[in-house]
Design a binder for this molecule. Structure first.
Ligand SMILES: [Zn+2]
Ligand SMILES: [Zn+2]
Length: 173
C-alpha cells in the first residue's frame, strides 16, 4: 500500500555551503543533507538484493534532522530480516527509492547513497551481510567485511559515533 506523506522536514533551516544534494531520476524529489554523513556501508542481504534489483545496496546514514526533502514522496512499511520494521520512502512519480527510516536506527535516516549528486565521494566503509554476497562478486582485500552486522562503537569513526550519541542525548524521544 502506498501512503502519501506530509513531510515535516521542509521547515528546517539549511546552511548553504557545505550541503550535500541528491534526488530521484525524474527530478521531482530533491534533497539536501546539511551536515557530514555519519557512515556509508554496503549491504549484501537478500532483502537489499530484491529491493535494488542488484547485488547489494549502498546506504549512507545521516542524523535525521539533517535530511531535508523537497517534493512529493510516498512511503511504505517493510519488515527487515530481524523482524523489525522499516519505512521506505520513494519519489511518488518515478519510484526512485530515496531513503529509509529503520525502527532500530533511532535518530538516523538512511539515504540511498547512489541518489547523491556526488555519490562517488562516499565509498562503502563497511560491507555487511557478506554471508549473502554473490559468489562471483570480488571485494578488494582491504574491504571492511562483516558476515552479518557490526558493533557501531567499534566500526564507525570515533567522530561519527560521538556525534550520533550526543545527538541522541540532546534529542530525547
Ligand atoms: Zn522522481
Ligand atoms: Zn540489506
Amino acid at each position: 500500500m502506498w501512503i502519501t506523506l506530509t513531510t515535516n522536514r521542509l521547515n528546517i533551516k539549511m546552511e548553504k555551503n557545505k550541503n550535500l544534494t541528491g534526488g530521484c531520476i525524474c527530478g521531482q524529489v530533491k534533497y539536501t543533507i546539511t551536515e557530514k554523513p555519519l557512515f556509508t556501508q554496503a549491504c549484501h542481504c537478500k532483502d537489499c538484493k530484491i529491493i535494488t534489483g542488484s547485488s547489494y545496496v549502498i546506504n549512507t546514514s545521516v542524523l535525521d534532522n539533517t535530511l531535508i526533502i523537497e517534493g512529493n514522496i510516498s512511503s511504505t512499511e517493510l519488515k527487515t530480516g530481524s523482524g523489525a520494521t522499516s519505512k521506505a520512502y520513494f519519489c511518488n512519480k518515478c519510484g526512485t527509492y530515496i531513503y529509509t527510516d529503520y525502527a532500530t536506527a533511532v535518530g538516523r535516516s538512511t539515504v540511498r547513497t547512489k541518489t547523491l549528486d556526488n555519490s562517488e565521494n562516499f565509498p562503502p566503509e563497511a560491507h555487511i551481510f557478506t554471508k549473502n554476497k554473490d559468489p562471483w562478486l570480488k571485494l578488494t582485500d582491504g574491504a571492511n567485511c562483516f558476515e552479518k552486522m557490526y558493533d557501531l562503537k567499534n566500526t564507525w569513526p570515533k567522530e561519527s559515533y560521538e556525534r550520533y550519541k550526543n545527538y541522541l542525548k540532546n534529542n530525547k524521544r
